[in-house]
Design a binder for this molecule. Structure first.
Ligand SMILES: [Zn+2]
Ligand SMILES: [Zn+2]
Length: 135
């Protein structure tokens, strides 16, 4: 299928609304269309985590771009860059991954070292992140 420029201008036409994903680690802002495990572009793909997705305008529509996901510990959205988050059975933001570094297998050490420090303090379980504003 050819890329349709009108589709880019009007994502609602596909039933998906563009929202803005903001990585809490590096601050990057990326528009996304879908959050979940089964992006509607290709029903046979099921991801291991609820991620933020958009179609890749430069690639096959069936290969959605994985932008990032919510940290499983502190619920902050973090992008998929190796400096911002790590996936080990679930998604960890840089701060939480560092906090729980002892629990990761040795093979993940190089990945842990790539993570940059978060500009915000690491979350603990008693912070108010338990209360998430519904959108
Ligand atoms: Zn990031
Ligand atoms: Zn976290």
């Amino acid at each position: 299928m050819e890329r349709n420029p009108r589709e880019d201008a009007k994502p609602e036409a596909s039933g998906l609304t563009m929202r803005t994903f903001e990585c809490k680690c590096c601050g990057i802002e990326i528009n996304y269309e879908y959050k979940g495990r089964t992006p509607p572009y290709e029903p046979s793909i099921v991801f291991l985590e609820d991620g933020y997705f958009r179609r890749d305008p430069f690639a096959d529509v069936k290969r959605p771009l994985f932008i990032g996901a919510d940290c499983n510990v502190c619920s902050r959205p973090v992008c998929a860059q190796p400096t911002c988050s790590l996936f080990f059975t679930k998604r960890f933001c840089a701060a939480c991954a560092k906090q729980y570094a002892e629990g990761f297998p040795l093979e993940l050490r190089p990945d842990l070292e790539k993570l940059q420090a978060m500009p915000v303090a690491p979350a603990t379980f008693d912070v108010d992140y338990g209360i998430r504003t519904s959108s």
